[in-house]
Design a protein. Sequence first.
Length: 132
Amino acid sequence: EAGGLEGATAIGFHPYAARCYVWPGSAEAIESAVVARVDRFLERYRALDRPIQITEIGLSRTWLRPGPAALAGVLERWLQRFTAQGLPTYLWCLTDFDDAAYVPGNPETAFGLLTLDGEPNAVGRAFLELER
């Protein structure tokens, strides 16, 4: 609507939903919120006939009720589903921030599958177990 797509050769998007950050409910509800966002995006932009990629998606462990194994399962199902739809999908892997300016509890500090040292965090370890 604002222009800019005319020269684009591909479209990348981040289908984050609020439930990726804060959610007291089930893993399935987190999963379905993002799936719905992807479906809406495809309905709107698939006709542009350009490659579409999910260039970033992830979950924050800070304010989500489901545990690491359930969150890893969500990530795995997203990868399977979106790849089957022809959408290359990239998971956010590194913890975003290690900065004193971010207060403890900020969900941005708990994204990803790896710590800043490159080691798998709890969700990363659960994800690796799913992949075995």
